[in-house]
Design a protein. Structure first.
Length: 343
């Protein structure tokens, strides 16, 4: 385990006489984890990924205790630093401390990898361009955490959650790997239904020729490039190695089909037995979130149509306005109720 920064306390820190760090709450480590699943990706991203790990109060002293783990996936253009540490937006560590102090949750380890790529996101998909992120999460990262921390190394004690692109990733990976995770929570998930290519946006995306162009283009165009890198990779099409769903103003049916196949509402019929093996599924979206509400509604309807047990809530908010609050009051209690804390 390679620490890439000093231990960052998730609450009040007291420096002891020997220089050790103690805190009235959990502790956050930021380490690096090598992902064999990410090796040799065509975009040149490093397979050595930073990972923020929250260790709950008592972890350092109660050496015989083992803990369930919740794996968190951040959104597009974010990183783990958006969620952990005093300068973060969502303060997952502080939320865990508050929930623990209030008795709303027992001890849980939280794990979030830095999934920021040259395209600013991979949609947690397997691609020769950005690397096999599904494999990294479900195999490499879980195996590393189980080897190096006192986890309960069973599916019944592992949860998977995410926001926006991370919510998409949580459902995508969770429905494929009930042998790894038993509960999933989707916060304001994106990309649940097949999208409709915008001709203007596709023209801008088609004008991107180099990796330097990728970093300099506007946000909407960059999301199209990231989607293509994830869902329609093409090793025979350098230098960006992907195909777009529209070329010269005309739809490319084979590429459109690939993108549609990656939408959970389309894909879930293939994984119904897996979805029925999951212990619990929950999802939510803010009523002012034009990006997430239609897709989450469609996913709710598809799960209901196939008899897949789940919970679904539309709350008063937009895409990011109440994420920290809801992580504390909804997501953590969900996993507290649905993960096994028994060794």
């Amino acid at each position: 385990m390679t620490l890439v920064r000093n231990l960052a306390a998730a609450a009040v820190i007291v420096v002891g006489s020997a220089g050790a760090l103690f805190c009235q709450g959990g502790v956050v480590e930021r380490i690096k984890v090598h992902g064999s699943s990410l090796e040799k990706n065509l975009s040149g991203d490093t397979p050595d990924r930073e990972v923020s790990i929250y260790l709950p109060p008592g972890y350092a002293t109660d050496r015989d205790r083992r803990y369930p783990v919740v794996y968190l996936l951040h959104g597009y253009a974010d990183s783990d630093e958006t969620w952990f540490g005093a300068a973060s937006l969502y303060r997952a560590d502080a939320a865990m401390n508050k929930a623990f102090a209030a008795g709303a949750v027992r001890g849980i380890i939280l794990v979030m990898p830095n999934a920021f790529t040259v395209f600013q996101g991979s949609f947690y998909s397997d691609s020769v361009v950005t690397g096999n992120w599904e494999g990294f999460i479900a195999r490499d990262l879980v195996a590393y955490v189980d080897r190096n921390y006192r986890t309960i190394p069973e599916p019944r004690s592992r949860g998977l959650a995410g926001h926006s692109m991370g919510g998409y990733g949580a459902f995508r990976i969770g429905m494929k790997h009930p042998d790894v995770f038993s509960g999933i929570y989707i916060m304001s998930g994106c990309c649940m239904v097949p999208g409709r290519p915008s001709p203007a946006l596709m023209r801008r995306a088609a004008g991107i020729r180099t990796m330097e162009d990728v970093t300099e283009t506007d946000y909407p165009t960059r999301t199209v490039l990231a989607t293509a890198a994830a869902w329609s990779p093409n090793p025979a099409s350098p230098p960006l190695f992907f195909d777009l769903p529209m070329k010269n103003g005309q739809l490319e049916p084979s590429v459109v089909a690939k993108w549609a196949a990656n939408a959970p509402v389309t894909a879930l019929t293939e994984y119904l037995p897996n979805l029925r093996r999951l212990r619990a599924i929950a999802m939510d979206a803010g009523n002012k979130d034009d990006e997430a509400v239609p897709g989450t509604n469609a996913l709710d309807q598809a799960l209901t149509r196939h008899g897949i047990s789940h919970t679904f809530e539309i709350y008063d908010g937009d895409h990011t306005s109440r994420i920290a609050e809801r992580f504390e009051t909804k997501v953590l209690p969900f996993f507290n109720a649905n993960l096994s804390f028994l060794n």
